[in-house]
Design a protein around this ligand. Structure first.
Ligand code: SF4
Length: 324
């Protein structure tokens, strides 16, 4: 499989009263074509800021990429101007948001919101754009697509709106789709429908997903590889069966111990690890390993030295002094 996206040493900071606050601090990972890589972690871990950095959307909210590269098929997005980003957003990389109601325009019909993209980017006339929009709505499972074209977002259910969000993300045939908590605002039964739809579309169009979530059960289902983030850093990254079966980093072990199990024998094997203390402030991260203030296995060196993010086993990367 060839590499589609390569993120190296990404550092994205926000500025509060001119003080730099690291939201993403030296993150490395890559995504192969046709693969799904998931990023998991608590709120404030930097997973969403990583995705917004790739989309070139941090600048508008007071953020700045301070260092590193984001190579999409060799082009370094981190050095792109806003004009250059406008050409690749939607065309090469697009996004599915957590709550589609906030990304859909409430005063435009669904049809207008899809056709305007096609008319602007693909230079289609109104008739061609409408035909293509109906096809897209059918693709994401609407049997009455022509009727849905005339609806306003508030007239649709959460699951229907998220299917519109997926149709919009597919409008310009991007290779990479970033899905930021795409099902966390939906009922559990609807979550399964949306996840199944994403998988079917991936198979049909060989799509590549970066899937952001805090739901470890959903991530286990949809991903090929999983990266675990904490306080702006990548703690562990490996293939999903390896991560769920053999988690190396103490933070990953604690996260996985909180996932409910359905089989009695798993419950017997599983020891719940409860982390003490709060997530430290990114404005004042701990020295050394950023996890040492909550780590049940911390050693004296952990307070002094930042652990390197290294390959502990083939394809299994971890940032922890226990494996140095
Ligand atoms: Fe825990 Fe030390 Fe490993 Fe950090 S480096 S996760 S503090 S053992």
């Amino acid at each position: 499989m060839s590499t589609l996206l390569e993120v190296n040493n990404l550092k994205t900071y926000f500025f509060r009263k001119k003080q730099p606050i690291p939201a993403v601090d030296g993150v490395d990972f890559h995504i192969n074509k046709g693969e799904t890589v998931a990023l998991v972690g608590e709120s404030g871990s930097g997973k969403s800021i990583t995705s917004l950095s790739i989309m070139g959307l941090v600048q508008g909210s007071g953020g700045k990429i301070m260092d590193g590269s984001i190579k999409l098929e060799g082009r370094d997005l981190a050095s792109f101007t806003e004009n250059e980003y406008c050409k690749i957003r939607g065309n090469d990389v697009s996004m599915i948001f957590q709550e589609p109601m906030t990304s859909l325009n409430p005063v435009l019909t669904i049809g207008e919101q899809i056709t305007e993209v096609l008319e602007y980017h693909k230079k289609m006339n109104k008739k061609e754009a409408s035909k293509k929009a109906v096809e897209l709505l059918e693709l994401v499972g609407f049997s009455r697509a022509e009727q849905v074209m005339k609806e306003y977002p508030h007239r649709l259910s959460g699951g229907q709106r998220q299917r519109i969000g997926i149709a919009r993300a597919l409008t310009l045939n991007p290779e990479l789709i970033i899905a930021d908590e795409p099902v966390s605002a939906l009922d559990v039964s609807i979550q399964a429908q949306v996840i199944n739809l994403m998988e079917e579309l991936q198979e049909e169009f060989n799509l590549t997903y970066l899937f952001i979530s805090h739901d470890l059960s959903v991530v286990r289902h949809i991903s090929d590889r999983v990266g675990v983030m904490y306080l702006g850093k990548m703690m562990e990254l490996t293939e999903k069966h390896e991560l769920y079966g053999n988690p190396l980093h103490p933070y990953t072990q604690a996260l996985l111990s909180s996932v409910p199990v359905t089989r009695k024998k798993d419950a017997v094997k599983r020891e719940r690890i409860i982390l003490k203390g709060e997530l430290p402030s990114p404005a004042n991260p701990p020295k050394g390993c950023v996890f040492h203030t909550r780590c049940p296995m911390a050693k004296p060196i952990c307070k002094e030295q930042i652990p390197a993010f290294e390959e502990a086993a083939p394809g299994h990367y971890v940032a922890c002094h226990l494996y140095a």
